[in-house]
Ligand binder design. Structure first.
Ligand SMILES: *[C@@H]1O[C@H](CO)[C@@H](O)[C@H](O)[C@H]1NC(C)=O
Ligand SMILES: *[C@@H]1O[C@H](CO)[C@@H](O)[C@H](O)[C@H]1NC(C)=O
Ligand SMILES: *[C@@H]1O[C@H](CO)[C@@H](O)[C@H](O)[C@H]1NC(C)=O
Ligand SMILES: *[C@@H]1O[C@H](CO)[C@@H](O)[C@H](O)[C@H]1NC(C)=O
Ligand SMILES: *[C@@H]1O[C@H](CO)[C@@H](O)[C@H](O)[C@H]1NC(C)=O
Ligand SMILES: *[C@@H]1O[C@H](CO)[C@@H](O)[C@H](O)[C@H]1NC(C)=O
Ligand SMILES: *[C@@H]1O[C@H](CO)[C@@H](O)[C@H](O)[C@H]1NC(C)=O
Ligand SMILES: *[C@@H]1O[C@H](CO)[C@@H](O)[C@H](O)[C@H]1NC(C)=O
Ligand SMILES: *[C@@H]1O[C@H](CO)[C@@H](O)[C@H](O)[C@H]1NC(C)=O
Ligand SMILES: [Zn+2]
Ligand SMILES: [Zn+2]
Length: 562
């Protein structure tokens, strides 16, 4: 992009001409040596957008464009010695929304192009592909002067449109009018206002403006201030290839683009409507290479094994087992046990500090070290089914999995051992308004979700949250037990499953934050066949809903019954 010069004087042009794209001393590789230059810094533009590394930001809303369809907003066309710039009438054209913080006032637009032999000349590239041209619509955050804007990370918002040169067709309409007034004379200002019969929308045409990439970068000309929130629209504007030719011949500047700069760790995001190639080889829905019915095709997959999870628990055929005694939970009350919360691309996962939290007892034959817990859910509709396990074919709204590994085994060893992992599964239901429970821990947890909207993002947990706080008063003595597998690829059959009968009660609005912030819906694997396995239960299991006073009596009754 070109720094908006609102009033252009010849003096300014002389000052600018100490850099160029080609044919002078200061070509892009030495821009970093210019006075006051930021061109050698780490958050520079343009970049190559690698679509496989782009992540969808589900909360990027649509833009609101004001006066883009108005004619007479283009004041002048200028050849400033570096590009052709169309300066707009001040304070008439605006953009907001699209994840921008505030309203931006559009000041100018300009172009980057190749040469008369139709070499590609866009600044940004997509998966290494450079389009023929790129148009930059430059706006300044309202309330800031241009100078002030260069000092803020989002002082400018620049909208990049690729221009794709089509083989057929002749220039007509607005693009014809625009190019008819191109001139080779550096510093010439062609006053356009009175004769302007097209709008910015007329130039953009039918490009889908809900599909765009977003990242933070810099001006692409000296002094390359890192002050730009970039929007690159995915669809190009289609214009006959004669256009590139006219720019490079009538203006006689060629290849007016800066080479792409390193990302240096920056994340490019995309609006929800932007199509992206699958970043992950498996998923729960039907928009990837491997939905659950295809998981068994993944390399080294066990997903077509005979002891898979989750299962439906048929309460009429569960077997009571006297060895299923009480658990010992170590450090479940530790409020600093959670190291960070991560968006794994499939779920929200809370990773625990090493060697701190443990589970034993409960009929387990070993001590297990707890490594993480995560969640399965449905949609944003309250009470929509989303648990993995079902009980008598009833699917609960959510399920929490606390995953532990045999203390004496490495993770690799544990995955190869039939009881290498112990997973505690808790169903989650909406808490009834009649008996509200303490939601503080769930509020603290879900507050972190806005920081992990993007796949592979994670946030350190500083708040005090213990696992006990999340589990609340749920009865941990009545549960089902069976041998199964991990419920995500590669579905290793290494899990001793414990499914608790009583549900955790969570506020419905907090529950909807799981699908809302991640954009993941129905993150549960379909029910797997039980095959030859037996599901066991604690002796008191089937009496769980009995009133407290009758409880001991019923325990005996159940025991005898079975
Ligand atoms: C954005 O606009 C598109 C098309 O106009 C529409 O389908 C979509 O629902 C809009 N998205 C939001 C978040 O408003
Ligand atoms: C849009 O343009 C009209 C005139 O062309 C002007 O009156 C109006 O103020 C502009 N809107 C904004 C938000 O600047
Ligand atoms: C939005 O901009 C305002 C003013 O420039 C600033 O105070 C605020 O912190 C910004 N908010 C975010 C989320 O960046
Ligand atoms: C660009 O134009 C060419 C030639 O008309 C066409 O084949 C191609 O599909 C266009 N590319 C895009 C992304 O629109
Ligand atoms: C500018 O473009 C218009 C419309 O095509 C044309 O009539 C006019 O002669 C052009 N002016 C100059 C100075 O080239
Ligand atoms: C454009 O300007 C350059 C240098 O200013 C000059 O060499 C060239 O002949 C001009 N071309 C046209 C078509 O006027
Ligand atoms: C611009 O329009 C005015 C009247 O609106 C006309 O007199 C003038 O010739 C036009 N200029 C060009 C370059 O078309
Ligand atoms: C160059 O950039 C620095 C910050 O990166 C800024 O403070 C300075 O004003 C800029 N100079 C010009 C001439 O824009
Ligand atoms: C773990 O290994 C140690 C020796 O390395 C052994 O003494 C201990 O009994 C083992 N514990 C379990 C639960 O297997
Ligand atoms: Zn530009
Ligand atoms: Zn799970």
């Amino acid at each position: 992009m070109y720094l908006p010069s609102l009033v252009l004087s010849l003096v300014a042009l002389v000052n600018c001409s100490d850099w160029c794209y080609n044919g002078c001393a200061n070509t892009p590789s030495s821009w970093k040596n210019l006075p006051e230059s930021s061109c050698g810094k780490k958050h520079q533009s343009p970049i190559n957008i690698v679509t496989r590394s782009v992540v969808t930001d589900h909360l990027l809303p649509n833009f609101t464009f004001v006066n883009f369809s108005s004619e007479n907003t283009i004041k002048s066309i200028t050849n400033n010695g570096h590009t052709v710039q169309c300066t707009l009438v001040e304070n008439e054209v605006e953009v907001s929304g699209g994840g921008l913080n505030g309203t931006y006032s559009v000041v100018q637009f300009h172009f980057h192009w190749g040469d008369k032999d139709y070499h590609q000349g866009s600044e940004h590239s997509i998966d290494g592909y450079r389009y023929q041209m790129e148009m930059h619509i430059v706006s300044v955050k309202k309330g800031l002067s241009v100078d002030e804007a260069t000092t803020q990370a989002d002082g400018f918002a620049v909208f990049g449109f690729f221009i794709n040169a089509t083989e057929d067709g002749v220039l007509s309409g607005p693009w014809y009018t625009l190019t008819a007034n191109l001139t080779n004379i550096t510093g010439s200002v062609f006053d356009f206002e009175q004769n302007n019969t097209f709008s910015i929308d007329d130039l953009i045409g039918n490009v889908d403006r809900t599909r765009f990439y977003r990242y933070y970068g810099s001006l692409t000309t000296p002094n390359c201030s890192e002050a730009v929130v970039w929007t690159i629209f995915q669809e190009p504007i289609q214009v006959p290839k004669e256009l590139t030719h006219l720019f490079s011949t009538k203006v006689e500047l060629i290849n007016t683009y800066r080479p792409t700069e390193d990302l240096n760790g920056r994340q490019v995001t995309a609006s929800p409507a932007t199509p992206l190639p699958p970043a992950h080889s498996w998923c729960y829905n039907y928009h990837c290479d491997h939905d659950p019915s295809q998981w068994f095709l993944l390399p080294e997959s066990h997903c077509d094994g005979k002891s898979q999870s989750p299962i439906n628990i048929n309460t009429r055929s569960v077997m009571p087992d006297n060895s299923l005694n009480s658990f010992t939970f170590t450090n479940f009350d530790n409020k600093q046990a959670i190291k960070y919360i991560a968006n794994t691309g499939h779920s929200v996962e809370c990773v625990l500090k090493d060697d701190l939290v443990e589970v034993s007892g409960g009929g387990l034959k070993h001590i297990y070290s707890t490594v993480q817990f995560h969640f399965h859910w449905g949609t944003e509709v309250q009470n929509s089914p989303g648990s993995e396990h079902t009980v008598d074919s009833n699917r609960y709204p959510m399920e929490m999995h606390i995953v532990s590994k045999r203390k004496n085994l490495t993770l690799d060893e544990a995955l190869k051992t039939s009881d290498g992992l112990a997973v505690l599964g808790f169903f989650i239901e909406t808490q009834p308004t009649s008996s509200p429970s303490d939601q503080t821990a769930w509020k603290k947890l879900t507050q972190y979700f806005s920081a992990i909207r993007n796949i592979r993002s994670q946030v350190e947990v500083k708040e005090d949250i213990s696992i006990n706080d999340l589990l609340g008063k749920v009865n941990r003595n009545s549960y089902y037990r069976y041998s199964g597998s991990l419920t995500t690829p590669l579905c290793k059959e290494a899990v001793v499953w414990t499914i608790f009968q009583e549900t955790i009660k969570v506020d419905g609005n907090l529950m909807t934050m799981f699908p809302k912030y991640t954009g993941f819906h129905n993150v549960y694997r379909p029910i797997q066949p039980l095959n030859a396995r037996t599901v066991y239960t604690t002796r008191s299991a089937s009496c769980i809903s009995a009133p407290v006073l009758l409880y001991p009596l019923l325990v005996c009754f159940c025991a005898h019954f079975w």
